[in-house]
Structure formats: C-alpha cells, structure tokens
Design a protein around this ligand. Structure first.
Ligand code: OOG
Ligand code: MG
Length: 254
C-alpha cells in the first residue's frame, strides 16, 4: 500500500531530525507535484510542533549550474525555519546533518507583506535590505539523489542558512562576482547573474509561487534567491566563506 502524505511527511521529518538518510519516495511510489508540496507542508508542520517558526522561503534551481548539477530543471521553493538560521561567523552542528553541501546565494529581507505577484518594476518596494548568503543543503535522500517531486517533498534540501551584512535595497545586484571558499581555497566562482539572469527575478517568481501555494510572504521574512554556482560538499572542521562583490563576506564553521 502506498504511504499517505502524512506518513511520508513523518518519514522525511524523522530523517532530517535524526540525520539519517532515507530511500527516495519516487522509487517506491508515484507522487504528483501537488502532493509533493503537500508533503513538504505537512513535514514542516511537524517542525512547528517542536517550536520552530517560519522565517522565510527559499528558491531552488534558479541557476543552470544547479539544474545541471542535480539533474532537475524546474524552479522549486521551500520553507526556512527559525532553527535553520545561523549567525554570520557561527558554527554548524555537524552531527545534525547527513551529507551537507554549501552554496552561495543572495538574500532579500521583506519590508511589507506581499499580497500580489511582483514585477521587476515594483519588487524593490517590498524589500527592506539585501545581503549575500550561504545556504547549507542536506538532502534527506540516499546519495543526495532525487526526482523533482522527491526534492520538493523534502523541503528542497533546506537545512541551514547564514546571511551577511544587510545592504540598501537599491544596491545593484544584477551582476556581482560571487566566490565560495573552503579553508581559504576558492572552490566555486560565478556571478549573481546566473540566478535567472538577475536575482530580482527570483523574488518575482517567489511571489508568484507563494500566492499559488498559499504561503504568504510576510514582513520580516528572508527570501533566498537560489544558488549562483553548484553546491560543494563540506566536512567537519571546514571554514566556509562566501564573498559577494559589494556585499561583503559570509562565514561559517562546520
Ligand atoms: C535542492 C535545492 C536547490 C538552490 O539554491 O538551487 C537549491 C538541492 O540542490 O538539493 O537550494
Ligand atoms: Mg539553495
């Protein structure tokens, strides 16, 4: 018998909570896109019962680099909760993760509740500030492999994130040089342009998806625009840093 949405949600939540990988759902049963988002919602609801709160949304597969690395070619979105937020320069509790990877991103802090689909023309009106960020992704699936529906059900691999210093919303972010280093060695480099041609497009897409899936973007939320480069595996003891031109450094220790 196929597992129910609630059963899959519990399975994925336990995998994350216990840092134990699990088999891909798609190898056991077929799930539709809408079901995958319903599983994500139910699985994050289990985090809320443990006291976590929703602090933002993340966009995924907004760059070709990421799509190609993971073999998934559609935009996805997931939820960021309070326990995922690590202060800039902070530490990752490595034993809480399965096979974490780091990726450099751009973050938006929302100034006002968003109740409409944004456009490139009005998106900045809703943004209080912009920063560089590092996302730590940690697929709950074996070998970090998944289908589109698998990864959506698994909250798009969200595991942790770090945001750098906040900058004015009129900072030009269309084509910023981005570097990710591990132990001072540059391991990935690219441009913010890789994110849908302009990271603002990612916020526009996030606003559309948030309306479609009835998860409103509220004042104070953080929206991660998606990685500009492929993600890199990290190990315990690593010093991870991202440098985003004009936005400063974002750091964390694994
Ligand atoms: C899925 C999450 C994708 C991004 O920035 O593109 C993502 C994954 O790669 O495991 O966060
Ligand atoms: Mg990401």
């Amino acid at each position: 018998m196929p597992l129910s949405i609630q059963e899959i949600a519990t399975l994925l939540d336990s995998a994350a909570h216990q840092a134990q990988s699990t088999e891909q759902i798609s190898t056991k049963q077929r799930i539709e896109l809408a079901e995958a988002y319903a599983i994500q919602q139910a699985s994050i609801a289990l985090r809320y019962t443990r006291g976590e709160t929703l602090v933002g949304l993340k966009m995924g597969f907004t760059s070709k680099a990421k799509m190609e690395q993971m073999g998934v070619h559609e935009l996805i979105w997931g939820r960021l909760t309070s326990s995922m937020h690590i202060q800039n320069g902070g530490n990752l509790n490595f034993q809480d993760f399965i096979h974490p990877r780091a990726e450099p991103e751009i973050a938006f802090k929302i100034k006002e509740d968003i109740n409409e689909a944004l456009t490139l023309e009005n998106a900045a009106d809703y943004v209080e500030s912009i920063a560089g960020a590092i996302e730590i992704i940690d697929s709950r699936y074996q070998n970090f492999k998944f289908s589109l529906e698998d990864v959506i059900a698994d909250n798009c691999s969200s595991a942790a994130f770090v945001v750098g210093d906040w900058h004015a919303p009129d900072t030009d972010i269309a084509d910023l040089k981005i570097e990710l280093s591990i132990n001072k060695e540059v391991v990935q480099s690219g441009s913010s342009k890789a994110i849908l041609g302009n990271p603002w497009e990612s916020l526009v897409e996030a606003s559309r998806l948030s309306i479609k899936y009835k998860e409103p973007i509220k004042k104070g939320m953080i929206i991660l625009a998606g990685a500009a480069t492929p993600a890199v595996y990290i190990k315990q003891g690593d010093a991870i840093a991202a440098k985003v031109e004009g936005l400063g450094q974002i750091k964390l220790h694994a």
